[in-house]
Design a protein around this ligand. Structure first.
Ligand code: ADP
Length: 453
């Protein structure tokens, strides 16, 4: 059964039950009130009759007195001490055979006789000779029966009329609830079929759960699309970037084949170029793999580390390898909770850039601020053009002039550095003045910021 039908059925049934219960309660309340009123009136009549009977003289005809008080649809009976009828008057047919049964000590009773409600009262009467007789006043509640029948008619009619807006509102309710879900299903089916990332037109204003669901769905779709576009771009960038060294390798290999065996200079140039490009390709593939893996959330292992030691451990092999001056000015006993291996990896990328894009000294400094250390990697190279600064962390981005220069590089280093610094809960910022040099600042929290992970 469809959800719409279920809501529809459930709300209608619920309203029907509520209405029926209310109507039943109204019916019984009315019935009780009607019986009470009738009893009250009959009681007054009986009181008047007993007074009149008590005032009778020997000559008065009790039959005549009783006739005067006879209810419209009822009977009056006077019983002597032995229980025999002394006088009886009757205005309703069929009541002659009716004998009311009173519960012990009860002075009135409401019974059904031949399908009609009958109310009976009994009262003592002091007779002219001093004996105590029993007067029974019986009345068929013809009007009450009629009124009750009218009431049933009105209640059933009112219920039927009330069901119209109830049915309409249940249709509206199920529509309000189901329509966004149906739109969601339609959009999902459309997206699945077409392989697109369709969004649902959200209601202009609305803060209810349905509107929230639509907004969340649209956000999710947006994110999926963004991820997909990024992934696509990454793959196309990666293949494009790998094509360049492969083309170079291919053309040099052809040159080597054609002229390399006779010409040593050509052979050397070709082999050098092939080697250089292969190394660059290998580096790029390694970095690509790193990025692919970091997408799957590389496991970071946080432990307290001595930052001075880690920085020195990174700087020392670089001094050796490049015979360049790397200075370090730290803060004594700088300790922070971090993943030392990843931290060194990050430093290596930044130091390698500083080295690649400058010829003079590379300076590393550290300052302590409230609950964090600021590490700066300073070089005095060419610097980075202002317009390039916002793109530095984008994968494969390289400043135009550096593309042609022989520094090597893939444009992936800073993208990896950004991912590492995010993973480590650090902040990275580039400041650069073209022609003067570049400073990369790294804000290292002393404690692991749990909110960041
Ligand atoms: P690459 O492998 O090209 O070095 P990166 O992502 O590490 O890739 O850097 C992106 C670009 O940013 C580099 O190509 C370079 O143009 C510029 N860059 C990065 N660091 C520096 C620096 N210290 N000085 C000057 N330019 C830099």
């Amino acid at each position: 059964m469809k959800l719409k039908t279920k809501i529809h059925l459930f709300s209608t049934l619920l309203m029907l039950v509520i209405l029926t219960l209310t109507n039943v309660a109204v019916y019984f309340l009315f019935e009780k009130m009607a019986y009470d009123t009738e009893r009250h009136q009959l009681q007054m009549q009986a009181d008047q009759l007993t007074t009149s009977l008590s005032k009778m003289t020997e000559q008065t005809d009790p039959h005549a007195v009783m006739l005067a008080y006879l209810p419209q649809h009822g009977a009056l009976r006077l019983f002597d001490e032995t229980g025999k009828i002394k006088t009886a008057v009757d205005s309703a047919s069929g009541l002659k055979e009716f004998t009311p049964t009173f519960e012990q000590k009860a002075y009135y009773a409401v019974t059904k006789y031949q399908g009609e409600p009958v109310i009976s009262l009994r009262a003592p009467v002091i007779w002219t000779d001093g004996t105590v007789l029993e007067l029974q006043v019986i009345e068929k509640l013809v009007e009450v029966k009629l009124n009750l029948a009218t009431l049933v008619f009105v209640l059933v009619g009112a219920t039927l009329i009330a069901m119209i807006p109830i049915l309409l509102s249940s249709v509206a309710l199920s529509r309000i609830l189901i329509q966004p879900i149906e739109r969601l299903i339609d959009t999902m089916t459309q997206s699945r079929r077409a392989g697109t990332y369709e969004t649902i037109a959200a209601p202009a204003k609305g803060k209810d759960e349905m509107a929230q669901m639509v907004v969340t769905f649209n956000e999710m779709m947006g994110q999926l699309e963004e991820n997909f576009v990024q992934q696509e771009q990454f793959v196309s960038n990666a293949s494009h970037e790998l094509k360049t060294p492969l083309t170079v390798i291919e053309s040099y290999a052809r040159l080597l084949k054609r002229r390399g065996f006779d010409n040593r200079a050509v052979a050397e140039e070709s082999v050098d170029a092939i080697l250089g490009e292969s190394v660059r390709m290998k580096e790029m593939i390694e970095q690509l793999l790193h990025l692919a893996r970091s997408n799957e959330q590389l496991a970071y292992q946080f432990k307290e580390a001595n930052l001075n030691e880690e920085i020195e451990k990174t700087l020392q092999p670089m001094r050796q390898a490049y015979a360049r001056e790397f200075t370090y000015d730290g803060v004594p006993n700088a300790r922070a909770v971090t993943d030392a291996v990843k931290f060194r990896q990050l430093l290596y990328i930044l130091l390698d850039n500083a080295r690649k894009y400058s010829d003079a000294l590379v300076k590393v400094t550290m300052e302590e601020s409230e609950s964090a250390y600021m590490i700066s990697i300073i070089d005095y190279g060419n610097g980075i053009p202002k317009e390039a600064l916002p793109h530095l962390f984008t994968r494969f981005y390289r400043v135009e002039e550096d593309r042609s220069r022989k520094t090597g590089g893939t444009g992936l280093g800073l993208a990896i550095a950004k991912e590492l610094s995010d993973g480590l809960g650090m902040m990275i910022k580039v400041e650069s003045i073209q022609g003067m040099g570049t400073t990369i600042r790294l804000l290292v929290p002393q404690k692991r910021l749990l909110t960041e992970f």
